[in-house]
Design a binder for this molecule. Structure first.
Ligand SMILES: [Zn+2]
Length: 86
């Protein structure tokens, strides 16, 4: 089964205008939540993905931190830019 994250909801969480760092908390269609780190300089670029621990990882099923979601950074980046919540 191929996993593809689909963002259902985006909440702006934190921003620092000085260094252009922005954080978003996103909810996926499978209810998993991730915190996305972006830099805007001047284009949006994703620099990090942290899965929140509201449910086990949809990929490895771990109930603790893992790096699976980092492999989908470009999917997240594309969806954030398309949905442009800013
Ligand atoms: Zn995982």
């Amino acid at each position: 089964m191929t996993f593809k994250p689909v963002i259902k909801e985006i909440v702006a969480s934190d921003r620092n205008e000085e260094n252009g760092l922005h954080q978003f908390v996103v909810t996926l269609t499978n209810q998993a939540k991730c915190r996305l780190f972006f830099s805007k300089n001047p284009d949006w670029k994703i620099i990090g993905v942290n899965r929140l621990l509201n449910m086990p990882c949809p990929i490895c099923r771990k109930d603790y931190y893992c790096n699976c979601m980092s492999n989908y950074a470009s999917d997240f980046e594309q969806q954030i830019i398309e949905q442009n919540p800013l």
